[in-house]
Design a protein around this ligand. Sequence first.
Ligand SMILES: *[C@@H]1O[C@H](CO)[C@@H](O)[C@H](O)[C@H]1NC(C)=O
Ligand SMILES: *[C@@H]1O[C@H](CO)[C@@H](O)[C@H](O)[C@H]1NC(C)=O
Length: 129
Amino acid sequence: MKFSLFTLFMTAAAATLGGAAATPLAPRDVYVPPVLYPHAGTVWFVGQRHNVTWDNSNPPKQITNKIGRIMLRKGDLTTPVILADNFSILLGHIEVTVPWVEQGSDYQVVLFGDSGNFSPLFTISGSGQ
Ligand SMILES: *[C@@H]1O[C@H](CO)[C@@H](O)[C@H](O)[C@H]1NC(C)=O
Ligand SMILES: *[C@@H]1O[C@H](CO)[C@@H](O)[C@H](O)[C@H]1NC(C)=O
């Protein structure tokens, strides 16, 4: 029994590794610039407007997806909350309104272009919960 479980585990592990190795490397420029604001120590209050800011100083010549989206993440989960959508990733910043969410110090914004990039953890306060 132990042996077969072990075999199962190894097979699963091999399948996972095989799957990862089989993923083709995208021959395109994946451009996801790092988020500069909000950063660690940032506190946002519900209803405020803030510019989410990212470093757009080094864009590649060709960008597959110039359209950005910013979502809110709490703890280990990306929430369905869209803070901003359909903007050019080349802008370097976009104004968002802090949504009415429960208070917490484990929020992040995720900047999506070709893939996603997380900000550091920051705090949203002011909902009184
Ligand atoms: C966000 O940045 C734009 C452009 O610099 C500025 O006009 C606007 O006032 C900023 N918004 C906030 C909330 O700081
Ligand atoms: C996205 O933005 C472009 C350019 O501003 C606009 O033409 C288009 O209608 C927008 N799409 C959506 C789904 O809002």
